[in-house]
Design a binder for this molecule. Structure first.
Ligand SMILES: Cc1cc2nc3c(=O)[nH]c(=O)nc-3n(C[C@H](O)[C@H](O)[C@H](O)COP(=O)(O)O)c2cc1C
Length: 184
């Protein structure tokens, strides 16, 4: 099989399918915002740190820079259309959780709410921001984690039940509902 050169700007399409989250934030005026992210990764276990890469002009990034708090919501296939709605361009101040018909729940450690229909949510406080090309990397400490009581099997995400969403690109997603265990 021959290998072809891929346009460099498309490299990230091969780091796929990517776990996809919905980030909820709040503006200094208390306006709630939600948007999907697939440029995300765990970066430290102790302390528990998570990173998201955000385009600086996005409302999410502006809120993170100003109020330093977010909730990472883990969606399931059940709310894929709603996730897509939260990613549409709305004027600043519009609450995408309401626009998508999702339900917001009060957090304990931070001001932004979590999304009731998600499998799990992580309340986070921003620790560092790094300028990285056309995105900025936001590293945040996880302060509290809530997970649906049926979502774990043997301590791991029960993917057959929860069907987590993975982003391929554009409107294409993979639903992670197949678990394979290597022989011992
Ligand atoms: C599946 C999916 C994944 C996305 N991942 C990212 C991402 O990792 N970083 C980012 O800056 N934008 C990402 N976007 C785009 C933003 O979610 C989108 O531009 C949104 O409107 C930004 O909203 P905001 O201005 O309210 O923050 C993604 C969109 C979708 C649909």
């Amino acid at each position: 099989m021959e290998f072809i050169d891929l346009d460099l700007k498309s490299y990230y399409r091969l780091i796929a399918p990517r776990p996809t989250i919905i980030v909820t934030t709040i503006s200094p005026n208390g306006e709630v915002n939600a948007a999907p992210f697939s440029f995300t990764m765990p970066v430290s276990v102790s302390p528990p740190l998570i990173a998201v890469a955000s385009v600086p002009s996005h409302h999410t990034y502006q809120n993170l820079e100003q109020t330093h708090e977010m909730v990472v919501n883990i969606p399931s296939e059940d709310i894929l259309p709603e996730l897509w709605t939260t990613g549409e361009k709305f004027p600043k101040g519009v609450n995408e959780i309401d626009k998508a018909g999702l339900t917001q729940m009060p957090s304990v450690e931070v001001s932004p709410p979590w999304i009731k229909e998600s499998i799990a949510h992580m309340e986070c406080r921003v620790e560092k921001i790094l300028e990285c090309g056309d995105h900025n990397l936001v590293v945040a400490e996880v302060l509290k984690v809530g997970v649906r009581e049926d979502a774990l099997k043997e301590g791991l995400l029960d993917v057959e039940l929860t069907k987590p969403i993975l982003h391929l690109g554009g409107k294409d997603f993979v639903v992670g509902d197949h678990r394979r265990k290597l022989d011992e």
